[in-house]
Design a protein around this ligand. Structure first.
Ligand code: SF4
Ligand code: SF4
Length: 70
């Protein structure tokens, strides 16, 4: 699965790149099946695993290489 590491500087570039809308700003609630859920991170931009299809489009736009597969 794709994760955002502590290298992230919260620039939001990856959010715009994700066609699956799987990336959210720190502290923002996310939405799955029309249900709002609490943020997975209060400090860093985050990826919701169940929304991510592992396309890796986000990896190339991250200037600090903060997105990796784990
Ligand atoms: S791998 Fe693809 S689907 Fe997953 S967060 Fe990155 S851009 Fe979005
Ligand atoms: S592009 Fe990289 S630095 Fe910018 S918000 Fe996404 S993970 Fe963080």
């Amino acid at each position: 699965m794709m994760v955002i590491t502590e290298e992230c500087i919260n620039c939001a570039a990856c959010i715009d790149e994700c066609e699956s809308n799987a990336i959210f700003e720190a502290g923002d609630d996310y939405i799955v099946n029309d249900e709002s859920k609490p943020a997975l991170s209060e400090d860093l931009t985050y990826i919701v695993p169940e929304l991510c299809d592992d396309c890796k489009a986000c990896v190339d736009v991250c200037a600090v290489d903060a997105i990796e597969e784990q």
